[in-house]
Design a binder for this molecule. Structure first.
Ligand SMILES: NC(=O)C1=CN([C@@H]2O[C@H](COP(=O)(O)OP(=O)(O)OC[C@H]3O[C@@H](n4cnc5c(N)ncnc54)[C@H](OP(=O)(O)O)[C@@H]3O)[C@@H](O)[C@H]2O)C=CC1
Ligand SMILES: CC[C@](O)(C(C)=O)C(=O)O
Ligand SMILES: [Mg+2]
Ligand SMILES: [Mg+2]
Length: 331
């Protein structure tokens, strides 16, 4: 079994006495910044003027333009969206990196696909939480965490691994487990997971289930509870104890139906499509298409986002959730 790093595996804090600039104060940015600060580290924020900058100031951080924050920092964590990192790096980060700095990412996309080519005199590593940023913060406050991966791409100081592990501990990840990987493995598995299973696979499975019930004449509200709301409760059991615990809790009728109907839904054809998705990630085709759409004003991205927002399940869900005060509304 691969080594999993917990709290006691990281005995020194290599972040001590160093200034950490968190570039971006969005989903991951606010969580890394606040968790690191709560663990006693010195954090500043680098972000352009606007909503994020206002939020970071309100949360008590010193906020600077990216250019200036990079200049002030020893450790520079790039938490702007992947599609803006290349330009941001060229214009505001690279000119301000000096010998022995650490250039850090939460996803290997731009290094792995050669959008960013760092200079040789800095450490380059990633610390990638395996969960949404808002839960990186929420779970930390609740006393546990989201697990994370770390990988060293370049070790200029001879200490990059130790600094990466200290960073992972600083955001709380060693409370629940940190695994070592490479930029290639993190990038390709993360893109595959979000496209085929966690986001793309799940949303489209849920929508298809909802549409099937509604088109057959069942009430949309009942379809929503059946295929979306209850999904969390089923996944919670899988999270706690794998498929076996979930199957222990459901009825024998449901378990029998799982075995006979599941393979009719996720077929060998579905798996062949998953392999195509993975091949497009590995060849760089997905990255090329994503970067090209961004260069074209994200026309296709925005069209798909609007189309999805208009789906009936979103409208029915919003109405139902408005009547569910127990469902957390904040991110
Ligand atoms: N979202 C997640 O949970 C996860 C994300 N990651 C990775 O973390 C990184 C950050 O993603 P995420 O947290 O989703 O990003 P968000 O979109 O949530 O936040 C981006 C932040 O960057 C700022 N920003 C955007 N453009 C610029 C710019 N040109 N100059 C300066 N600041 C800018 C935004 O500020 P403004 O308000 O001004 O737009 C915002 O504060 C990515 O590499 C992603 O792959 C990894 C694991 C999970
Ligand atoms: C699953 C999506 C993710 O990879 C994540 C939250 O881990 C992302 O890029 O946001
Ligand atoms: Mg991910
Ligand atoms: Mg991702």
């Amino acid at each position: 079994m691969t080594k999993v790093y917990y709290e006691d595996a990281v005995t020194t804090n290599e972040l001590e006495g160093k200034t950490i600039a968190i570039l971006g104060y969005g989903s991951q940015g606010h969580a890394h910044a606040q968790n690191l600060r709560d663990n006693g580290n010195q954090v500043i924020i680098g972000v352009r003027k606007g909503k994020s900058a206002d939020a970071a100031s309100k949360d008590g951080f010193d906020v600077y333009p990216v250019f200036e924050a990079t200049k002030k920092a020893d450790i520079v964590m790039v938490l702007a969206p992947d599609e803006v990192q290349g330009k941001l790096y060229q214009e505001e980060i690279e000119p301000n990196l000096v010998d022995g700095n650490a250039l850090v990412f939460a996803h290997g996309f731009n290094i792995h696909f050669d959008v960013i080519v760092p200079p040789k005199n800095v450490d380059v590593f990633l610390v990638a939480p395996k969960g949404p940023g808002h839960l990186v913060r929420r779970t930390f406050v609740e006393g546990f965490a989201v697990p994370a991966l770390f990988a060293v791409y370049q070790d200029a100081t001879g200490k990059a691994r130790e600094v990466a592990l200290s960073y992972a501990k600083g955001i709380g990840a060693t409370r629940v487990g940190v695994l070592e990987t490479t930029f290639k493995e993190e990038t390709e598995t993360d893109l595959f997971g979000e496209q085929a299973v966690l986001c793309g696979g799940t949303t489209h499975l849920v929508q298809a289930g909802f549409e099937t019930l509604v088109e057959a004449g069942y009430q949309p509200e009942i379809a929503y509870f059946e295929v979306l709301h209850e999904l969390k409760l089923i996944v919670d059991l899988m999270y706690e104890g794998g498929m076996e615990k979930m199957r222990y809790s459901i009825s024998n009728t449901a378990e029998y139906g799982d075995y006979v109907s599941g393979p009719r839904i996720v077929t060998s054809e579905t798996k062949a499509h998953m392999k195509e998705v993975l091949a497009d990630i590995q060849s760089g085709k997905f990255a090329k298409d994503f970067v090209a759409d961004n260069a074209n004003g994200f026309k296709e991205f925005h069209r798909m986002r609007e189309e999805q927002k208009g789906h009936q399940i979103e409208k029915v869900g919003a109405e139902l959730r408005a009547m569910m005060p127990f469902v957390k509304k904040d991110a």
